[in-house]
Design a protein around this ligand. Structure first.
Ligand code: AMP
Ligand code: ZN
Length: 441
């Protein structure tokens, strides 16, 4: 019934669960050291979209999404904020939960924390060393990627490319360029745990192999994450799990691999160092959660999104049109399989088509319109987050800013200051950047 693109076989396939009565799905979750940006939001919305559709058609689904709470970026953030890594990860985990809720994303069924599985990771590494799949170098343990014959099968890399790459930048203790860390030493007060290889901490890739197997057993049905995780993260997970079990078949780990496309800012990479990161929290000041959700789902999950304000404005218009139509109806959001909307979604989660379908149906309603709308609401409208500013307030702020710009241009600085004070009283912060006034609340 459900068709889904499998990144491992690189084709759209009919979804055949291992057990119709219990679907098992794992998706890589956040590293909790920062507020989430709009690209992360896209990844979590796509993961939730698949979970919602699966839950709409199968009696039991277990959706697991891990929490990376030990990582160099967390250690760095803890140092900067002068608190423990536990404080950092707890703080940002709670913010992450709030962000999920504001976007109408259901909480995953299980959210295992990496630091709760340290002993299991140590046991796992010991077995990889004993079976000659990993080697030790001065407190580091590395996975030997030449020992897994299908290494790189997901991303399409192969050992020939690996050899070509070997000539450049090979760290002295690595036997092969793609070999990766399973364990590394913690020095100079860095957090860590005792292990047979000394005081240290696990490498990032390991946690997903260990926690997915311990929460779901292997093989499980679907493994997902953002496109950037295909290599090296997911290829490394496959290598570890298969090597651990003496298998060469990636599907002995997970059957279907589900990846969302990237979100860039109008074709430019969003990056902290370029100073052009769009944080979800800032968008929630001016748009409802469902409007942001709709904007992110207006592109098919596998396509890249060149993000810009027009997408949000279009989503806002569509969302308002739908709300106007549904406001007096008594609807219960649920996945009604016999609807056009459901059929669009069952075809590799075609959300842009479903959004077009609902707009057509609103223009010329069919008998089944309520059932269609219920399905639409179930997928697209789970958020209760309302914008902190309504349209009237936004117009008022923009009008005052225009008046202030004119006053400044004409040299009426007293008047400009008065307007600034008025805006401050309304909790609006304004900044003059490159001759342009930007505002936030
Ligand atoms: P992180 O917390 O950085 O590990 O990222 C969490 C999730 O967000 C992963 O599944 C990433 O693949 C995904 N992700 C990060 N940046 C973007 C982006 N710009 N567009 C889409 N997904 C992203
Ligand atoms: Zn992962």
């Amino acid at each position: 019934m459900l068709k889904i693109y499998n990144s491992l076989t690189k084709q759209k396939e009919s979804f055949e669960p291992l057990d119709q009565n219990h679907i098992k799905y794992y998706s890589c979750g956040p590293t909790v050291y920062n507020r989430i940006h709009i690209g992360n939001a896209r990844a979590f919305i796509c993961a939730d979209l698949l979970a919602k559709v699966l839950k709409g058609i199968y009696p039991k689904v277990t959706y697991v999404s891990n929490i990376t709470d030990i990582d160099d970026k967390i250690i760095e953030a803890a140092k900067e904020e002068k608190v423990s890594i536990k404080d950092i990860s707890n703080k940002y985990f709670n913010i992450y939960l709030e962000d999920l809720e504001s976007l109408g994303i259901n909480k995953p069924d299980l959210q295992p924390f990496a630091t709760d599985y340290i002993n299991e990771m140590i046991d796992y590494i010991e077995k990889l060393i004993d079976s000659n799949n990993a080697y030790i170098h001065e407190g580091n343990v590395l996975f030997d990627t030449t020992k897994f014959k299908n290494y790189g099968c997901l991303s399409g890399r192969n050992l020939d490319e690996q050899k070509a790459g070997e000539r450049v930048n090979l760290e002295t203790y690595k036997r092969n360029v793609n070999d990766f860390t399973l364990w590394k030493p913690s020095n100079n007060g860095e957090p860590g745990w005792e292990s047979p290889w000394g005081f240290g901490r696990p490498g990032w890739h390991l946690e997903c192999s260990v926690m997915s197997e311990l929460t779901l057993n292997i093989p499980f049905d679907i493994h997902g994450g953002g496109n950037d995780l295909k290599f090296p993260h997911h290829d490394n997970e496959i290598a570890q799990t298969c090597a651990y079990h003496g298998s060469s078949e990636p599907q002995d780990f997970a059957r279907y691999w589900f990846h969302n496309g990237f979100l860039n800012l109008d074709n430019e990479k969003m990056s902290k160092s370029l100073g052009n990161v769009v944080y979800l929290e800032d968008l929630l000041d001016v748009y409802d959660g469902n409007q942001i959700r709709l904007a992110l789902l207006s592109t098919h999950y596998r396509q890249p999104i060149p993000w810009n304000k027009t997408l949000l404005e279009q989503a806002k218009t569509v969302s308002k049109k739908i709300n106007k139509f549904t406001k007096d109806l008594n609807l219960t959001p649920k996945f009604n399989v016999d609807t056009l909307i459901a059929q669009d979604l069952l075809d590799d989660l075609n959300t842009p088509k479903a959004i077009a379908t609902i707009q057509k149906l609103i223009q010329s309603p069919s008998n089944n319109i309520e059932s269609e709308l219920e399905t639409f609401q179930y997928i697209f409208e789970g958020s209760k987050h309302k914008v902190r500013l309504d349209d009237n307030k936004i117009s008022e702020i923009e009008k005052l800013i225009k008046e202030r710009d004119i006053a400044r241009k004409n040299g009426n600085y007293d008047q400009a200051d008065e307007i600034r004070d008025k805006l401050t009283k309304m909790n609006v912060i304004i900044e003059d950047i490159n001759g342009k006034t930007v505002w936030k609340i």
